[in-house]
Each structure stands twice: as structure tokens, then as C-alpha cells.
Design a protein around this ligand. Sequence first.
Ligand code: SAH
Length: 257
Amino acid sequence: MNLAVVLVSPKTPGNVGSAARAMLNMGASDLRIVAPRCDYLDPQAVAMAVHAGDLLRGARVYPTLREALADRDLSVGTSARIRADLPAPRHPAQIRPLVRGAAAPALVFGPEETGLVNSDLEQCQVTVRIPTGDYASLNLAQAVLLVCYEFLQGVDEVPEHARKTATREEMEATYGHLREVMHLIGYTDAVRARHTLRLWRSLLDRAQMSSAESRLFRGLLRQVQWKVSSVEASAAQPGDGTDARPDDDQAEHRAER
Ligand code: SAH
């Protein structure tokens, strides 16, 4: 499975090395580090990686989570805490079929002290929480081990039915476009926009759009933008009643999954 592990701003080199080892143990190899706060090739990290030194050296560093997820078609956040204003986290086993069915999933882990912030979790279609005793905060590398185990165990035995889901880059562009249109038509305002968009992200992420469907959706958004601007223009210049379509690629006729 083409599964990426994304560590957001890890602080302790030993944790990064141990996470690399856990990945190798479970058969994952794509390690991505967002804005590290330590030298992830520090001798401590290499020592903790043991035989996973090559995997560690092959890690890719990204300035932002968004860039680390750009080529992924599913992003799974992890959290020790239940956040009041976000959808409830799921048990990892509950979303195993979703992860197994994805062509390029990512598992996202947070900084040691604070975990992922809400804006990180908003970039994930689903969040998982490993059930624990009262003390819920696992060591970062142990969390990587358990979550990878949940999704990678027995992976060879189960046939994969990879979907052709749009990448996160395409979906983030779609959500950016949706936000613009929401502002344009007064559907939301600066105060409510974040909450409103969170609800729409959750709804549209569940649809697991293909690339063609995301273009279809954006075709509709473009039409709304064009219509609003043409209404504004004809209000300013009465009498110009042209009714052409924008440069839409008529994606609705081609959309297929
Ligand atoms: N104090 C932080 C925990 C940080 S632990 C908090 O309360 O959120 C570092 C990372 O390990 C977390 O961001 C998460 O990615 C992972 N992690 C730790 N415990 C976890 C748990 N019970 N379930 C899922 N992920 C967990």
C-alpha cells in the first residue's frame, strides 16, 4: 500500500527515529516531516531508527501540511483528545476499509506536546483515536506503530480496490474556490466562514469525488461567479443582455468515476 506517514513539527530526534523504525516494522516507507523542530538525522534519531536508517534518510521535508498532503487522496488525522468543535474521532478499525480502498492515503501525527491543531485536523477527512486508559497521550512513535499496524496488518491478504479519488491538492483548490463563491454570494461572512466551510468540507469529503467530479463541481462554481459578474455588469450597463456561458469545459458531460 502506498501509505505515507506525516509527522507535523516533531521536536525529539529519538521520536522521529523510532517512528521510522515502527514504519519499517509495519511495511510503510514514505516518511514526510512538516516543519521539523529538530534535526531528524541527529545521531539519536539514527540510533533509534536501527535498521530503518535508509527510510529516515529518505524522509521528505515540507514547509506546510497542505504541501505534504498535496498528492494524497485520503488524509487521516490522529488525536489523543476529543475536540469539542470537530467531528468525533473514530476507532482505527472502523476506517480500515476506507484506508485500504484509498490509492494514496496519509496518516498525520502531531507534535509531542500539543498534538495537531484544529486547522491541521480540518485538512484530514477523518480523525482516529487509539482507545486507551485514562492517560490517552501515547508516545508519538508508539502511536505511529499502532495506527500503521491497524491499517497494514494482513494487507497482502485483502484485495485492494483502489478508487480514483481526487488528490488533496485538487480538493483544497475546490474548497478555496467554494469559499470565494460563498463570500461572493453572501452565503457566509468572515466571522462564520471557517465553521461553514468545515461543515461543507465534511459533507463533500464524504463524497470521495474523483478528479473529474471535482472539475464538474468547480464548473458550477465558475458559472455562479460568471452569472454574478454578468448581473452586476448589466445592472451597471442596462441593455446588454448576452447570455453566453463562461469558458466552462462542460465537465458534467465527461464526469466519470
Ligand atoms: N498532548 C497531545 C498528545 C500529543 S502525542 C494531545 O493531547 O493531543 C503526539 C501525537 O501522537 C499526537 O498528535 C497523535 O498524532 C499521536 N497520538 C498520541 N496518542 C494518541 C491516541 N491515543 N490516539 C491517536 N493518536 C495519538
